[in-house]
Design a protein around this ligand. Structure first.
Ligand SMILES: [Zn+2]
Length: 262
């Protein structure tokens, strides 16, 4: 086909059809352009929204500081505090915080408790009452001997031993705030329930609170521990209060049978 023929063949097509052909041709191009245009638009929208997300995420710290998101409510941990046969755990007092309350210095209490006891003892003496300290601060090691060695010597089973002695780490005596008191004129009642019949016990009942001492295990105490009229504890400062009342709050249900802490 030469050029003339080519031209003719084009000219052979009626004008109306030529227009259609042209318009048809152009309309087959336009969708592509529209597609490209739409694609560009989508990319632009995506780009803008991406920038907006980025900006909002960057500005988020400000939003947080202005309007703090509420912290999730702390889930209360189950209060399963270690508790052996009704005895609660206690920290051993720092030796530097202890002070002797006997002439030989062998029985010690925390300084504040020691001063309180000595004042109480002096005032009791003025009323003819002799308050005899029997036991004060005890180390975990000493309690270990008292519990395991004596248990072995007496051939006691664990439960039986726990009725008369706290296991190591579970004695109020570790704190340096607890003291076993006897009546100097009736030594036979030392560490016995009969101590409650003595003038010393009656005096303590009426006066100990003035010196910030209280009975740790009165009759029918909520801890379910057996009555110990000789065992007193100092609760005259925030630390001692925290030591004993926090421990009580955390305590599990009282045991069925009373346990002697000694
Ligand atoms: Zn005691």
């Amino acid at each position: 086909m030469n050029d003339k023929q080519k031209q003719r063949s084009f000219e052979d097509i009626p004008e109306a059809l030529r227009d259609i052909r042209v318009s048809h041709k152009s309309s087959s191009v336009n969708p592509k352009l529209i597609m490209i245009g739409l694609g560009g638009l989508v990319i632009m929208i995506l780009g803008i929204s991406g920038i907006m997300i980025l900006v909002s995420s960057l500005s988020q710290p400000n939003t947080v500081s202005v309007e703090p998101t509420p912290s999730p409510t702390p889930t209360p941990s189950p209060e399963t505090v270690e508790n052996i046969l009704g005895h609660l755990p206690y920290e051993e007092a720092d030796p530097n915080q202890l002070k002797g309350i006997t002439n030989d210095g062998r029985i010690k209490l925390r300084t504040k408790a020691a001063d309180g006891f000595l004042r109480m003892q002096r005032d009791a003496r003025a009323s003819g009452i002799i308050l005899t300290p029997i036991s004060g601060f005890r180390t975990v090691q000493e309690q270990e001997y008292l519990f395991f060695e004596i248990k072995r010597q007496r051939n006691q089973d664990t439960r039986k031993r726990a009725e008369v002695s706290a296991p190591p780490r579970y004695s109020e005596h570790h704190t340096g705030y607890a003291i076993d008191i006897g009546d100097g004129q009736v030594p036979a009642t030392h560490l016995s329930e009969n101590f409650e019949q003595t003038p010393a016990f009656r005096w303590l009942e009426n006066n100990a609170a003035k010196y910030s001492f209280e009975l740790s295990f009165p009759r029918n105490n909520p801890q379910g521990i057996s009555y110990e009229p000789w065992h007193w504890r100092y609760v005259g400062d925030p630390d001692s209060l925290k030591t004993f009342y926090e421990a009580q709050q955390l305590q599990n249900k009282p045991s069925q049978e009373g346990n002697r802490v000694n």
